[in-house]
Design a protein around this ligand. Sequence first.
Ligand SMILES: CSC[C@@H](O)[C@@H](O)C(=O)COP(=O)(O)O
Ligand SMILES: [Zn+2]
Length: 218
Amino acid sequence: MTQLQTFQQAVDGLIDAGQRIWKQGWCPATSSNFSQRLDAHSCAITVSGRDKGALQPEDIMQVDMAGQSLDGKRPSAETLLHTQLYRRDATIGAVLHTHSLKSTLVSMQAETPCITISGLELLKALQGTTTHDSSLSIPVFDNTQDIAALAKQVDAHMDKHGTGHAYLIRGHGLYTWGPDLAATMRHLEALEFLLDYYWNAQRGNGTPARGADHEALV
Ligand SMILES: CSC[C@@H](O)[C@@H](O)C(=O)COP(=O)(O)O
Ligand SMILES: [Zn+2]
């Protein structure tokens, strides 16, 4: 079970995360949403439509794991994508959703249901990954305004393929999660780097100069 947060700790953490993410340009124009688990039955999440780079304490609210408001405020339009993760896995303590340019570009160009990124040291920033010699698979789901249906689709995919670390929504953005907010920020930063690498490598910029099959240096 993840380390539980008081609501006030969650508010402070999400405000700080929003500022860090906004500085990177990954949550333009009120896009994105962030949450932290409070206990088995509820989480703190951003109120819908707020500027995520300038969150105030009143912009964070509480919902139950069915996505229902517990305090009368209007939760993120994408709340069910957060609660799907908390319901699925009790070790998930935080979820971050962002709208960076690079995640959007990669999601629009992906020709397969998943993209795969392999062989990079920064993969080790992802929980449970201990060597660069590993592969990260990121599923790409089609965008929809029917978030309840998308949450079901994500859940069915995870039933088959495991929970993983992240997914993309086509033309929309990235979801990632972790045991707590710090780990989830680490995942987000690593994923943004990995997606940037993927985008460039797909276009022949920086294709591996020295892969595992190259002669060893002498
Ligand atoms: C402002 S465009 C982005 C939104 O449509 C949505 O995708 C989003 O990420 C933010 O919605 P929100 O309801 O504020 O959580
Ligand atoms: Zn979104």
